[in-house]
Write a protein that binds this ligand. Sequence first.
Ligand SMILES: CC(C)(COP(=O)(O)OP(=O)(O)OC[C@H]1O[C@@H](n2cnc3c(N)ncnc32)[C@H](O)[C@@H]1OP(=O)(O)O)[C@@H](O)C(=O)NCCC(=O)NCCSC(=O)CCC(=O)c1ccccc1C(=O)O
Length: 271
Amino acid sequence: MWTTAKDFEDIRYETTENGQIAKITINRPEVRNAFRPLTVKELLLAFHLAHEDPKVGVVILAGEGDMAFCAGGDIKVRGDEGYVGDDGVPRLNILDVQKVIRSMPKPIVAMVSGFAIGGGHVLHVVCDLTIAADNAIFGQTGPKVGSFDGGFGASYLARHVGQKKAREIWYLCRQYSAQEALDMGMVNTVVPLADLEKETLQWCREMLQHSPLALRCLKAGFNADLDGQAGIQELAGNATLLYYMSAEAQEGRDAWKEKRKPDFGKFPRLP
Ligand SMILES: CC(C)(COP(=O)(O)OP(=O)(O)OC[C@H]1O[C@@H](n2cnc3c(N)ncnc32)[C@H](O)[C@@H]1OP(=O)(O)O)[C@@H](O)C(=O)NCCC(=O)NCCSC(=O)CCC(=O)c1ccccc1C(=O)O
């Protein structure tokens, strides 16, 4: 049912439903799908492929196996200045993945079974929607393991669950069941583990029935206030896209190409 669209080492990138649904799976189950620099590099490339492919309408982010969605940064390769890959350079580049998830103009659905912990928890937080299996466990560990995400991991989480709960999650580093996550508004639904992919695909199919431009502008609108100038840039970029598609903008382009004065007088100045 899934077709491999490109081969990677640490992740899988697959599509289904005539290429309309893409699935990016972190494939390191032996470390509960913790990410190392290579994983992050591959995630960035896979998200770029999904972004650029006009057939893809919705993207699923998942972890291999039932035990974990993602256990965050791979602590075993954490050096003194970040996570160290084969090139010996320390990086904190999962932040780039968070930004890509937010700015991709297509819905991204986290499909969570097992642990979504630390930086792995933040990944589901920044996705548009989260479908959780009934075995899912959520939590932050930063203050326990010498890390923290004061960016989206804190501020956007607080938008989901409120300031008090978000501070509890970060300050106490407790783990929460799927039902608790649902009750606090952190996930969209909880389903039996056996139904997780079926239900996630159903949500994706429903979104695919709807106007891609409407979904795109809604995503930019939801992000805009929290993302400051960058959020306004996203939203305004969509307005420009829509404007390009209008006869009014095309008149400006055509007039310039035809070396004549544009006739904007024929377009209404709506109230
Ligand atoms: C996830 C657990 C709760 C799972 O527990 P359990 O099922 O009992 O399995 P274990 O036996 O513990 O683990 C199995 C196996 O996996 C290895 N493993 C698990 N998690 C990691 C990990 N994060 N890194 C490396 N390896 C991991 C574990 O060692 C076992 O292998 P062995 O060979 O048997 O040793 C539990 O495993 C657990 O609590 N894991 C740690 C989770 C955690 O603390 N994650 C947070 C890491 S810090 C982080 O994510 C930073 C956030 C971040 O990315 C970030 C934020 C802000 C700015 C920048 C950054 C950035 O880029 O780093």
